[in-house]
Design a protein around this ligand. Structure first.
Ligand SMILES: *Cc1c(COP(=O)(O)O)cnc(C)c1O
Length: 384
């Protein structure tokens, strides 16, 4: 059994993907070819955001946005403590300071209460200027944008939607990557919309922002000619080959993959409710199920459950084993465990199960049976 199954997807989309690749090679426009602008237009339309500018990967997408906003030394960038490192590390790339914030244990997303506390503390300390909130759509489920937007407005902060894992999710019919002041996504192969290498995109509302991003992703290129450089940026573009691969994949995501992962998630939830803590999806929210993540009772039970699955050749993953505040890259900062109770709890108890659009009902049942059997044996075992 596979945790993700890119091969099954390739088998389903082989004719379109192969044809797309062949066309790019024949056309010879490997950098910013026609497929890149076609994809950008499709992504903008698909998310309902006015402009999409693709780039080399999701991490660069975050950094490009911070550059666009002029974020730099002395600025505080708030990000959830429980996420992939890049959500906060982007701050360091522009000389700003990341401030990790605790999460809600039921959604694994940024806690509005903890965010407000962290903003007030930074204001009070007076060393950093609160500038940006990075909200992550963790495991495919959008963050709580109604409350996060209100807080960002109240304190005059920019709100960035990190939709690297969230592409395809929605809140009341509004698509992921359309929330906040701007958004990003990643096309890393294992994300809900993945390519065959690295790739990313930025989503913004105005032509002016899109133009500036196009300049920033091409070493600050100006309008005069190819060697006119008006500002400092980076070299970060999506390969034309990757755009050609993403076009049929975007189509498949909308046609059937999102409904397939939602079917799979529902089947897991129906089978596992009561035995483990299943994912919580608030009313009006939909997830694109980058991960299906359950909570066991303790670290010991989680580790043993993972072992029981492994014995049956079922892969599972711990996303994430530690919070950002404990990453050694931040060892010069004095973050305290006591500010991150929910992250610490999640890190000990989370387990992500195999999840992808090509998972069969019988595979889901097999994973569930092994887990249910493990929990039952665990319950009746005498406590040491
Ligand atoms: C994967 C990921 C990124 C970074 O994307 P890359 O394309 O790997 O650079 C950023 N944020 C989150 C939440 C991610 O999961």
């Amino acid at each position: 059994m596979n945790f993700h199954d890119l091969n099954a997807q390739y088998q389903a989309l082989k004719p379109q993907i192969d044809e797309g690749i062949a066309e790019v090679i024949k056309g010879g426009h490997f950098i910013l070819g026609g497929q890149v602008s076609e994809l950008e237009a499709r992504l903008a339309e698909d998310t309902g955001r006015n402009y999409c500018v693709t780039c080399g990967n999701g991490t660069d997408a975050l950094v490009l946005l911070l550059m666009l906003w002029g974020v730099g030394p002395g600025d505080a960038v708030f990000a959830p403590d429980f996420t992939y490192f890049a959500s906060a590390a982007c701050a360091a790339a522009v000389g700003a300071s990341a401030v990790p914030v605790d999460i809600c244990l039921n959604t694994f997303n940024l806690s509005p209460e903890a965010l407000e506390t962290a903003i007030l503390r930074v204001q009070q300390e007076g060393r950093l200027r609160p500038r940006v909130v990075v909200a992550v759509d963790l495991f495919g489920q959008p963050a709580q944008y109604d409350r996060l937007s209100a807080i960002a407005k109240k304190y005059h902060l920019l709100l960035l939607e990190d939709g690297a894992q969230g592409y395809g999710g929605s809140i009341n019919g509004k698509a992921a990557c359309s929330f906040g002041d701007a958004a990003i996504t990643s096309f890393f192969p294992a994300k809900p919309l993945g390519c065959y290498g690295d790739g990313g995109a930025v989503f913004v509302d105005t032509q002016e922002e899109a133009d500036l991003l196009r300049s920033l992703r091409a070493n600050g290129r100006g309008k005069q000619d190819k060697y006119d450089n008006q500002r400092f940026g980076m070299n970060s573009r999506l390969d034309t080959l990757q755009a050609a691969i993403l076009l049929p994949k975007l189509d498949a995501l909308r046609r059937y993959e999102l409904s397939a992962v939602n079917h799979a998630a529902q089947r897991y939830t129906d089978r596992l409710t009561g035995a483990v803590t299943v994912p919580y999806v608030p009313v009006g929210y939909t997830s694109s199920w980058a991960q299906y993540t359950v909570l066991l009772e303790s670290e010991k039970q989680r580790d043993e459950a993972q072992k029981a699955l492994k014995e049956q050749d079922i892969p599972s993953m711990v996303y994430y084993p530690r919070g950002l505040h404990r990453q050694s890259a931040f060892s010069d900062r004095d973050f305290s465990d006591s500010d991150y109770p929910n992250t610490l709890n999640a890190c000990e108890r989370v387990l992500s199960l195999p999840m992808h659009p090509y998972l069969t009902d019988s595979e889901i049942d097999r994973v569930s049976d092994v887990l249910l059997d493990f929990v039952r044996r665990n319950e009746y075992a005498p406590h040491p």
